[in-house]
Design a binder for this molecule. Structure first.
Ligand SMILES: CCCCC/C=C/C(=O)SCCNC(=O)CCNC(=O)[C@H](O)C(C)(C)COP(=O)(O)OP(=O)(O)OC[C@H]1O[C@@H](n2cnc3c(N)ncnc32)[C@H](O)[C@@H]1OP(=O)(O)O
Ligand code: NDP
Length: 271
């Protein structure tokens, strides 16, 4: 199993869903974690949880859209743990809206969080790592619609595609500093945020499920495991890559096989 003992990471959106599961996973692997998000309460709950397990964590409320707030979060992480070995860009905003009815402000809100927020955090953390001469890794949580597209979420799809381009560009540019950058692209994952934003009723849930060949949602901890793997030295030769964990969803619909949501089909388990 990979170890992150003695390392320190910043995790955005670390108070809920995939971010909270990732923070717990990194702490379980021995890392210190600074969790960032707008609301203090969920961050405090994750810190309490990590500390109960004997780990080290810090809550730092900040909006990733605000470069000064992000700089302060990176400074707080360094001051508390004495080092920064990387970052998980997980914070996101999303909602379903037909593109022709999406307001300028709605576009801006999502693109600012997902693309500009990712840049603000990547830049703040990487500059400190470069200055300290610390190699490390950055993982951004994206979505497969960064390359497939996805009607109804043009803001998020465009922003996640920008994160992929940022990742690939910086993977080459910062390789000389020993900084690796990769993405994880989860498929539909059972979280409160995504449930509220994307599959609020049973019919939508069923439609999403029917699009996944493995016929289940991902769990937040199994996505967190993959983030931990990409941060670890086991992935030391992996950079500029996307690790897709979507139950086969992005491979598209089949024409000749049985329906994916066939009631007789066994449901794949999470293990
Ligand atoms: C199929 C599987 C693949 C799934 C891949 C990806 C999944 C995810 O990304 S899940 C993550 C879901 N989590 C969240 O979205 C949590 C955080 N969300 C938010 O903070 C809000 O939803 C936010 C994105 C809207 C941002 O909040 P805030 O900055 O406070 O923005 P406002 O509430 O002021 O709204 C700004 C702007 O956006 C318009 N808007 C908001 N919701 C909707 C909506 N449902 N439909 C249409 N428009 C919406 C809002 O009206 C504002 O615009 P104006 O009215 O023009 O000012
Ligand atoms: N769940 C899914 O099906 C999928 C999710 N993803 C991606 O996984 C990641 C996590 O999503 P998920 O866990 O499902 O959803 P959540 O809604 O639980 O996570 C989003 C997190 O981002 C934080 N956040 C939102 N806006 C900001 C901001 N401006 N500044 C700082 N933090 C912010 C939220 O905290 P707060 O509101 O307190 O700021 C929250 O903790 C996202 O990048 C998402 O796009 C990708 C594919 C599928």
């Amino acid at each position: 199993m990979e170890s992150l003992a003695g390392r320190a990471y910043l995790v955005t959106g670390g108070g809920t869903g995939i971010g909270a599961a990732t923070a717990r996973r990194l702490a379980a692997l021995g890392a210190s974690v600074t969790v960032v998000g707008r609301r203090g309460e969920p961050l405090d709950a994750v810190v309490a949880d990590v500390e109960r397990q004997g780990g080290h964590a810090l809550a730092h409320p900040a909006d990733v859209r605000d470069p000064a707030a992000v700089e302060a979060a990176a400074d707080a992480a360094l001051a508390r743990f004495g080092r920064l070995d990387g970052l998980v860009n997980n914070a996101a905003g999303n909602f379903v809206a037909p593109a022709e009815r999406l307001s300028a402000n709605g576009w801006r809100a999502v693109v600012d969080i997902v693309l500009n927020g990712t840049w603000n955090c990547t830049s703040a953390v990487a500059r400190r790592m470069i200055e300290a001469g610390t190699p490390g890794a950055i993982v951004s949580v994206i979505a497969t619609y960064a390359w497939t597209g996805h009607p109804g979420t043009v803001h998020s799809a465009a922003a996640k595609a920008g994160v992929v381009a940022m990742t690939r560009t910086l993977a080459v540019e910062w390789a000389r500093y020993g900084i690796r950058l990769n993405c994880v692209a989860p498929g539909p994952t059972e979280t409160e945020g995504a449930g509220a934003a994307l599959w609020a009723d049973d019919a939508d849930r069923e439609r999403v499920l029917a699009s996944v060949p493995l016929n289940r949602f991902a769990s937040a901890p199994e996505v967190g495991d993959l983030v931990g793997l990409l941060l670890s030295d086991r992935a030391g030769y992996v950079t500029g890559s996307i690790l897709t964990a979507d139950g086969g969803q992005s491979l598209g619909t089949q024409i000749y096989g049985p329906p994916i949501a066939d009631a007789a089909a066994p449901t794949a388990s999470a293990q």
